[in-house]
Design a protein around this ligand. Structure first.
Ligand SMILES: N[C@@H](CCC(=O)N[C@@H](CS)C(=O)NCC(=O)O)C(=O)O
Length: 216
């Protein structure tokens, strides 16, 4: 397998998952600073011009929830997702889709405001709304974690914990929600950060990562 990634971007989610799995793979950096995601060569990998993209023996898989589902079903022994139980599997997919379609899209309003509106005033207004909505969306997850469960789905570690770890880490950037409002999620981050696979993925991306400390 080959994983196309950018250091510190959302592609860190499947990068950590691959480290958890332990199967051979190659991590290939797509340099956003050079606009490599927009090149015709990369668009052959992912026409949407984004990372992550996972090249498998059967073709390319894009979109984080789909990549996690693919990895979980290909390597069921790693326990990334509850592949044998339709309901539990759906619950995990539901969590992944929540991050993908709410938090991730919200955060894109900060990283790529030009996707949504034209003009500096509109972009500033768009960005200014993000912390309020981020707090609102994270509160839903915080309430779930408030029963003291160690992992997103209870006692069972899963890919959802990786996904939450990466996206809650982005709260450290200071422009998209208040970490102080989510103490249970914050404690969860430390549990995930302590996993050796996370350290390995971060070490692998660290050379090109501008703000490595947001993941600590
Ligand atoms: N829905 C996609 C989102 C992927 C995405 O937004 N990736 C960002 C990095 S976090 C990207 O490649 N951005 C490149 C760009 O905007 O030019 C997924 O879940 O994989």
């Amino acid at each position: 397998m080959k994983l196309f990634y950018y250091p510190g971007a959302c592609s860190l989610v499947p990068h950590i998952a691959l480290e958890e799995i332990g199967a051979p793979y190659e991590a290939l950096k797509v340099d956003f600073a050079k606009g490599e995601q927009l090149t015709p060569e990369y668009r052959l990998i992912n026409p949407a011009a984004r990372v992550p993209a996972l090249v498998t023996g059967r073709g390319v898989v894009t979109e984080i929830p789909a990549i996690l589902g693919y990895l979980a079903r290909t390597f069921p022994q790693t326990g990334l997702m509850a592949v044998d139980d339709p309901f539990e599997f759906a619950e995990m997919q539901s969590f992944h889709m929540y991050i993908a379609t709410t938090l991730h899209v919200l955060f894109r309003q900060i990283s790529r405001p030009e996707t949504y509106v034209d003009g500096e005033l509109c972009r500033a207004a768009l960005k200014a709304k993000v912390p309020e909505m981020s707090d609102h969306y994270f509160r839903v997850i915080e309430e779930r974690m408030a029963d003291g469960r160690p992992w997103v789905h209870g006692d069972r570690w899963s890919a959802s914990d990786i996904y939450l770890y990466v996206f809650s880490s982005y709260l450290n950037m200071g422009d998209r929600g208040d970490p102080a409002k989510v103490p249970f999620i914050w404690a969860h981050r430390q549990r995930v950060r302590a996993r050796p696979a996370v350290a390995r993925a971060l070490a692998s991306e660290s050379a090109g990562m501008v703000a490595m400390q947001i993941f600590d």
